[in-house]
Structures are given as structure tokens and as C-alpha cells.
Design a protein around this ligand. Structure first.
Ligand code: FES
Length: 111
């Protein structure tokens, strides 16, 4: 079990409990967290699951894969992509991420 906190652009926070095998995106969608639309269902084709990993957690979460990095680069034309940007559908949650904090962008691509 891991508790994950999603922080909205207005500063409001929501903590959700992860069950084994979920991604950061699935946890958000399953708990109706605003701002994670995940329109492609985790196929890494929409970018609407974009989020920012809190600075304190970037090292533990790790870098994006080459494919994810390419998708993030493509998104930079339409949304604010930062060094801490990740696609939440590509982050598998486990005990090691208990306490993870992520920030929801103010805009998602095409939404
Ligand atoms: Fe579409 Fe992550 S859900 S890219």
C-alpha cells in the first residue's frame, strides 16, 4: 500500500491509497482526481495524464523512457513541459513510492 498525494494548481491536495499493480494515472482516474483525463487509457498517445513529480521525489521515481521522453517533447508545443514532467500512465506504483507527491498541470493537451 502506498499513499499518493495529488496537488491541484490552486494548491488543494488529495491523498489516495494505491493498491498493488496500479499506475499513477489509474489511481488518479479511479479516484476522480481532477486534471488527469487519460483519454488514451494509458497507451502513451494522448498526453492528458501529464503531471509534474514533486522535486523531492524525482530521483526516486526515475527518468522517463526514451519513448515517454519523446512524447513529452512533442507535448511541449501545447503545454508547459518541465524537467519534472512525466506521463502518469507510465509510472508503476509500489511501496517504494509511498508518500509520493505529484502536481497537476493547469492545462492538458487538447482539453
Ligand atoms: Fe494517454 Fe498517458 S493516458 S498518454
Amino acid at each position: 500500500m502506498a499513499k499518493i498525494t495529488y496537488i491541484q494548481p490552486d494548491g488543494s491536495a488529495r491523498t489516495c491509497v494505491n493498491f498493488e499493480g496500479m499506475t499513477l494515472m489509474h489511481l488518479a482516474v479511479g479516484n476522480l482526481v481532477d486534471g488527469i483525463d487519460a483519454l488514451c487509457g494509458g497507451m502513451m498517445q494522448c498526453g492528458t495524464c501529464h503531471c509534474y513529480i514533486d522535486d523531492a521525489w524525482t530521483e526516486r521515481v526515475g527518468p522517463p523512457s526514451d519513448d515517454e521522453a519523446a512524447m513529452l517533447e512533442a507535448l511541449a508545443d501545447s503545454v508547459d513541459v518541465r524537467p519534472t514532467s512525466r506521463l502518469s500512465c507510465q509510472i508503476q506504483l509500489g511501496e517504494e513510492l509511498d508518500g509520493l507527491v505529484v502536481h497537476i498541470p493547469s492545462d492538458q493537451p487538447g482539453v
